[in-house]
Design a protein around this ligand. Sequence first.
Ligand code: UN1
Length: 503
Amino acid sequence: MTIAQEVKALLSKLGVNEAAYTGGTMPSFSPVSGEKIADIAVHSADDTAKAIEKAAGAFREWRLVPAPKRGELVRLFGEELRALKSELGRLVSIEAGKIPSEGLGEVQEMIDICDFAVGLSRQLYGLTIATERPGHRMMETWHPLGVVGVISAFNFPVAVWSWNTALALVCGNAVVWKPSEKTPLTALACQAIFDRAAARFGDVPAGLAQVLMGDRTVGEALVDHPKVALVSATGSTRMGREVGPRLAKRFARSILELGGNNAGIVCPSADLDMALRAIAFGAMGTAGQRCTTLRRLFVHESVYDTLVPRLKKAYESVTVGSPLETAALVGPLIDKAAFDNMQNALAAARDHGGKVTGGARVDTGHDKAYYVRPALVEMPKQDGPVTEETFAPILYVMKYSNFDKAIADHNAVGAGLSSSIFTLNLQEAERFLSPDGSDCGIANVNIGTSGAEIGGAFGGEKETGGGRESGSDAWKAYMRRATNTVNYSSALPLAQGVSFDIE
Ligand code: UN1
């Protein structure tokens, strides 16, 4: 069976209508072989505006459904995902090139956020606040916000949408999704799975969750539409620089999850066996195409000559190949542009004195598929390409002698997503997590930078955009807060001791 045939079989099992992916004008390719697997029917700016109007209508009804009942829809969606986990996971592998356990892991992340959101649907708590006025009560209530736009990237084609959608729905919102042009099929599959859950639920207002296919025209229409109250956008910092100001201009809310240039510090006391495994997964896993991928490593001079040769060996022996046909740990890059960016970064690293292990293209017999050996680059210092995110498996390794300087270098890049320290020394670990430690949204001790659980808030600082999605209290961004003060007395005392007595 060819990949295109398998895609067709999977999409039919997942319930996707053939008209959505045959005969359209947007071609879609599998990075596994480089072959075309679909021609997607696209939406125009006009279609987008219509979809948003429909979503706004759905929102007006949905916001009045009690939150625990809204949770029931998400519970059913989670059930459908459980039933179709292997099919959707496989489609993620075909479309994004992930190895099987990561394709399935991504769907598991969706199931997990559904469970989280179902619980949350009974926990949208507000505070009661002490008031200075007698006979008064002050409280906060959380209300649904409106239409939520989701713009997602190719590298987590389904999980990131589900983080946003599961929360947005229990919070009483409608969702309009623009997936990456590189991964439209998994998006169509998610919509079909959602539609099954909606059919089982019964009276879901039409247009509550919609997916729109197309290029930036669709994204722009979503960002600029006055009825979209919040846009959650995942992608490059460059994309965020366009989206953020446009949303700010109309005072819309944004959740930005942008680039990462994540680093780890390996200290003298580190458990090196553990560090080695964590670094290998963090830097080479998902072919370096997670926003949480480990990209920079600071290794103390006392352990450098023990750890780095072992790491290089791991780089030389890691298996690279088709995630569909082999047990390889590293699959393909998404496309030629990703490959070219990687090669350019490696050339720049060499110009800055970097010693490169790996990085060459791997021939798999598919001339339009881009497999590479992950690259480890020993750098004399942090400059040139090291300070920029290249969305490819390149790990820059640098030696350090002074812990303060290592932390300063760690923080001396634009992005601030994820970070980790490997140490058994309590002072170093706590310092890394302290106000003058890592400046990232995620800071870990003795685990890698990637592979976060959904229970924590996910996102980062500085050029990563500041948004938080997924667990903890990230739900608050999807609701509007009202402060309510109720006077149940028969007097009208004013706050701050102000008097204003009229006759
Ligand atoms: C992303 O790459 O955009 O922490 C999300 C992780 C995953 C999510 C990554 N749970 O690596």
